[in-house]
Ligand binder design. Structure first.
Ligand code: 5GP
Length: 179
């Protein structure tokens, strides 16, 4: 275990087993349709890369980067698009792939934004869900794990741009935040 971690809450084996299951479920649900997966940078990159290798479907991959306008407007759910899609969404079957849903504000903005581009269908796949923190009603179509309200890192999730490469998900020691 990384020395900055206090505890591992999801092991590499647990994550890999669940990602494979999600891949099989998505493959069944979409059958032979062509899927446009959209990863939300940067946290979803690792999950997306593993997930698509379990999809037995024609798959395209694109990314969006967003940033929240900061604390003052966090409750408004206003986010800024830093990088938009290269692909066209209109008429496509879109799967939005997120690392974690917390308040739901980021995702609810993205869903509204993508819906306005008239996809044939739009679903949400998240690795982690923290439903206790929700500020807007949003339920993922595919969810890897429901977790309690704790700040987690690893498997794509960072703290100050660190720990994304860890193959497991864990909780940092309190002293790491004081550095
Ligand atoms: P929401 O708009 O749902 O509140 O925010 C979701 C985003 O907040 C995630 O994509 C992620 O970037 C960040 N986030 C929320 N909870 C955590 C967490 O426990 N760990 C990390 N590293 N990021 C989180």
């Amino acid at each position: 275990m990384h020395p900055d971690l206090q505890e591992i809450i999801l092991s590499e084996e647990q994550i890999q087993r669940r990602v494979a299951e999600l891949g099989r479920q998505i493959t069944r649900d979409y059958q032979d349709r062509h899927l446009l997966t959209i990863g939300i940078l940067r946290g979803a990159v690792i999950f997306l890369a593993d997930l698509i290798r379990h999809l037995d479907l024609p798959v395209a991959v694109d990314f969006m980067a967003v940033s929240s306008y900061g604390q003052a407007t966090a409750s408004s759910g206003v986010v800024r698009i830093l990088k938009d899609l290269d692909e066209t969404v209109t008429g496509r079957h879109v799967l939005l792939v997120e690392d974690i849903i917390d308040t739901g504000l980021t995702l609810s903005y993205l869903v509204d934004n993508l819906r306005s581009r008239r996809p044939a269908s739009l679903r949400i796949c998240t690795l982690l869900d923290k439903p206790s923190r929700r500020k807007v009603e949003i339920t993922p179509d595919y969810n890897g794990f429901t977790i309690p309200d704790r700040f987690v890192v690893g498997y794509g999730l960072d703290y100050a741009e660190n720990y994304r490469q860890l193959p497991y998900i864990g909780v940092l020691k309190p002293e790491v935040y004081r550095r």
